[in-house]
Design a binder for this molecule. Structure first.
Ligand SMILES: C=CC1=C(C)c2cc3[nH]c(cc4nc(cc5[nH]c(cc1n2)c(C)c5CCC(=O)O)C(CCC(=O)O)=C4C)c(C)c3C=C
Ligand SMILES: [Fe+2]
Ligand SMILES: [Fe+2]
Length: 376
């Protein structure tokens, strides 16, 4: 007991409040081996693929992992932004979102709120992101999976990764999780503004397609709310833009395998629109917080070609919100609400009474009581 002051006890320091941002993850390089390393845990997750295990593992190991990475290497290669892991658009934008949110919280709330980024699959993993917060003495944090529309296969899997890490903790942190923010007014406002700005700069198409990542239809019939959340985001966006009926629609992209997925399928809708006389179209993907393979390669490159081949004249992809200030503002507002009661009220830095109050607060947050420090 007498040498207890030399023990490195985490509860000696003032506690901090943090934010954990989560996204899917992405390969570290546009190479078959890096893509295989990424796909293996991703496609082995029971939240992502719910097929009977022996059947799915046979398909995964016999047909997908040996062949798909090579095909995807070309696709990733076409959108990679710079050498190294930050070359993946998803990683590039996620890092900027992390830094942008940290700056927003400091500016608007007057506090240093550490923000860490963790990926459900690949690096930086959720374990290291939580460790990063803990190293700054964060003992309570808000978890924000960057999927505006919750699905078990995306946000659910991300939260699983958090809870798996916490299972190993002796001293559980306080955790608040954000489930879905598909109808967050600031998010709808940011999306609407980005569309208006795009129209003002590049012209307005005859039709606006809102394309969301699909999921197997059966997940919806078993109770996944994702389909309805996508429809609600789309309706709110159409209302905000006062879009006439018939001038916009919703579709679902990126399906894999033979079972039915949420419909209508984007890859079928786009040429159909061209054949039905739509000459110019805009596409936005309001389910993707950051641009990635599925938006930049699948939609902006491949579906553009399909549209033009089917008789369309102009196809414009409207980028994801990425680290756009309006997006950071929407995420900041969302996170701030969930931080409620965890931060002392913001004070102006030159207010000396506030400085004293802050010092008292810090003292009160020193949770280490004196028992171990008493002389034996
Ligand atoms: C096989 C099942 C899949 C389900 C279910 C699924 C749901 C889902 N995915 C996203 C977001 C993203 N998916 C991305 C890539 C991607 N998705 C799947 C499979 C499923 N996704 C695969 C196999 C891949 C890899 C690429 C490919 O093989 O086509 C990405 C992009 C990652 C990147 O590196 O850029 C995102 C983002 C959501 C939101 C979602 C459920 C709602
Ligand atoms: Fe996906
Ligand atoms: Fe519903």
């Amino acid at each position: 007991m007498s040498d207890s002051t030399s023990i490195d006890l985490p509860h000696r320091a003032p506690v901090k409040t943090g934010v954990l941002l989560l996204n899917l993850g992405t390969p570290e390089a546009p190479t078959p081996s890096a893509i295989r390393r990424y796909l293996k845990p991703f496609l082995s997750d029971r939240r992502v693929v719910e097929l009977p295990r022996p059947l799915w593992l046979t398909i995964l190991y016999a047909f997908i992992l040996p062949f798909r990475p090579r095909k995807l290497a070309h696709s990733y290669g076409s959108i990679w932004m710079q050498p190294g892991p930050l070359g993946s658009p998803l990683m590039h934008h996620s890092v900027q979102q992390r830094d942008g949110l940290h700056a927003w919280l400091a500016q608007k709330l007057g506090h240093d709120v550490p923000v860490a980024l963790g990926m459900t699959y690949g690096k930086p993993d959720v374990d290291s992101a939580i460790a990063e917060l803990e190293a700054q003495n964060v003992r309570r944090f808000v978890v924000l999976p960057l999927y505006p529309q919750y699905s078990a296969s995306s946000g659910g899997a991300a939260l699983d990764a958090v809870f798996r890490v916490l299972l190993k903790r002796r001293w559980m942190p306080e955790v608040r999780t954000i489930n879905s923010y598909h109808d967050e007014p600031a998010l709808i406002g940011a999306l609407a503004q980005s569309i208006r700005t795009h129209w003002a700069t590049h012209g307005r198409g005859d039709h606006l397609l809102m394309s969301f990542h699909s999921i197997p239809r059966q997940y919806f019939t078993k109770g996944d709310p994702y389909f309805c959340f996508c429809q609600k985001t789309a309706r709110l966006l159409a209302e905000a833009l006062e879009l006439p009926a018939g001038s916009w629609s919703v579709s679902f992209q990126s399906r894999l395998g033979r079972q039915p997925w949420l419909q209508p399928y984007t890859d079928l809708v786009i040429p159909q629109l061209a054949r039905s006389g739509v000459k110019t179209m805009d596409v936005i993907c309001p389910g993707f917080a950051a641009d990635c393979l599925e938006t930049l390669e699948e939609v902006a490159l491949r579906y553009r070609e399909d549209f033009l081949e089917a008789g369309g004249q102009a196809f414009r992809y409207i980028p994801a919100l990425n680290a756009d200030p309006a997006h950071i503002d929407a995420l900041g507002q969302l996170v701030s609400r969930h931080l409620s009661g965890w931060l002392p009220a913001a004070e102006s830095a030159d207010d000396s009474a506030a400085r004293v109050a802050r010092a008292r607060q810090a003292q009160a947050q020193m949770q280490h009581e004196t028992l171990l420090d008493r002389p034996a």
